[in-house]
Design a protein around this ligand. Sequence first.
Ligand code: KG4
Ligand code: ZN
Length: 334
Amino acid sequence: MKILAIESSCDETAASVVEDGRKVISSVIASQVEEHKLYGGVVPEIASRRHAEAIVPVVRQALDEAEVTLENINAIAVTYAPGLIGALLVGVNFAKGLSLSTGIPLVPTHHLRSHIASNYISNSELKPPFMCLVVSGGHSHIVMVEDYTKMKIIGRTRDDAAGEAFDKAARTMGMSYPGGIELDKVAENGDPFAFKLPRPVVHDAPYDFSFSGLKTAVINLIHNAAQKGEKLNKPDICASFRYAVVDCLSSNFLKAAKDYNVNKLVIAGGVSANSLLRSTLKNECGKLGYEFYMPDKSLCGDNAAMVGSQGYYEFLSGNVAGTDLNAYATMSIE
Ligand code: KG4
Ligand code: ZN
């Protein structure tokens, strides 16, 4: 079964053709990041307009590269939540129009579920149940994936998402949006123990995260040094901050796995590209005898191949939408 998948939840217009949920035949991503860099973050109005311009050529290219026409497509999967509402509406309305004019069934797909599904593409043997750490620019969740379309949130951030904290810390150090990627690279040459940073915990909620205090601590450290005219070692700050975030993420995740008696762990979302997070969890899971899975780095960020994968399982479970499908800025993964 071939699915045409469409993603437009943030600043990437993407389309892909995926076979049986696991085999990517084509994947096209038009990124707007260079334009948003000028403003230090995504400008929603600009994002919507760029999606409107890019959606037709991107979908056409995905079909051409897969060497198929719409006649070969069995379902259209589209990201309908969560994300920037104006951005989501471009993809949803385009997919609705395509479905209406061709009669191809329309499959609404949740963005974070799709991030989890990127693992089905990278790891052909992976099947639920497993526990997943979903870490992106807007969300940080520990999710029990009971089945492909049945999920339960075990822990979540109380304030900033991990990616947001990385981007804000990076911005204070003069790195351009989204700074998480550059911070990760610069951290490779630093000492993670150079600066003592807090490890915030949420009382009575051992699997929840809180990153705003940690973010403020690093921002204050940088500003105080600047006021005194001191020059801090940038790789050392990056390494200490990265270590603190990864420590919070991995310790809560491993604690949840132990308490829930789960020994199959998975990571997903933009921040799952972080080199320290990947190596830490790989090593810890190795020591504990757990199975550990992560997406290829190329599938960690927003793309439509992951939407085609999740869309396949949504379709199999009977999740098909009518032409009254709407987009939603927020929606639980459950
Ligand atoms: O999943 P994603 O592409 O978009 C959302 O759904 O939000 O995640 C983007 C986030 C950004 O905050 C970006 O800085 C972060 O993922 N990110 C990273 C790395 N690569 C991307 N954060 C830390 N280390 C990385 N290597
Ligand atoms: Zn995303």
